[in-house]
Design a protein around this ligand. Sequence first.
Ligand code: SF4
Length: 324
Amino acid sequence: MRTFDYARAETTGQAVSSADNSAFLAGGTNLLDLVKIDIMRPDTVVDINRLPLKTIERMPDGRLKIGALVSNTTLAHDPIVRSDYAVLSEALLSGASTQLRNKATTAGNLMQRVRCPYFRDGVSACNKRDPGSGCSAIGGFNRSVHAVLGTSDKCIASHPSDMCVAMAAIGAGIVVSGPEGERTIDFLDFHLLPGDSPEQEHALKPNELITHVILDAPIRGNRSHYLKLRDRASYQFALASSGVIVATSGGVVQDARIALGGVGTKPWRASRAEQSLRGKAPTQANFEEAARIAFEDAKAYKHNAFKIPLGQQAIVRSLTTVIA
Ligand code: SF4
């Protein structure tokens, strides 16, 4: 492992004025793994754990403001999250292990990097780790942690987060602070498609620090659910997952939100599928049609074609669960 300098920020201003090639340390569950295997090489690790970013508060307009350093465990068990955003609580509790959730933070979860083995082995051609070197996964083994939605001929790695899938369904803003001040990034604009530059994974500018996530106010009368399908029942990334939020009235769907994990290169909001459900009866046939639409643009690779029917089944089953 390479050496790096350690610094501790006492204020957000100190954190965002860090030297170039710094990395912010919160829970460290992803960063330190990647530093140890020499994939991330910060000159300075800036510990932000003393910043006052560990609270969850309901805002006057009904939105929920979550500090960047709130742990995944605290967020999952927060009474408001459990009652108004069940899809988020379920997604968080489906991820990693208890020990990891106790350390992992809200902002760290947003920033976690892909699990593609070619990215992490440090030697294979990988455009994300070494731009322009190629993508070993496209012609290689691409079964479990590779996507069918949002891929490019430069990178097909799937986004690994469960939490982000729920947030994509709920709708949120990501508040960041940087050398030029504070701004809010729409959640759906935060993670970037790989396109021609898969090394650019998010919309943060240099030295910007995530300070909060603000969830949209809950949809009145909603029911929600997160379904994660994986090779084993715990401590495993999703092959396909579905986070859904549905509100019905008078026998028809008033509002529907569908987001997908394990199948997209970013947390994937299936907007056209949602639209197909609005104003329709919540029937099996309409759920199957929404699932078909969600994967209309999917592109399968040699080993992951099964993710298309699996993802469609995840949508149908999660919708059926909330309507039952
Ligand atoms: Fe690298 Fe992406 Fe290809 Fe994996 S899929 S080898 S992360 S470029």
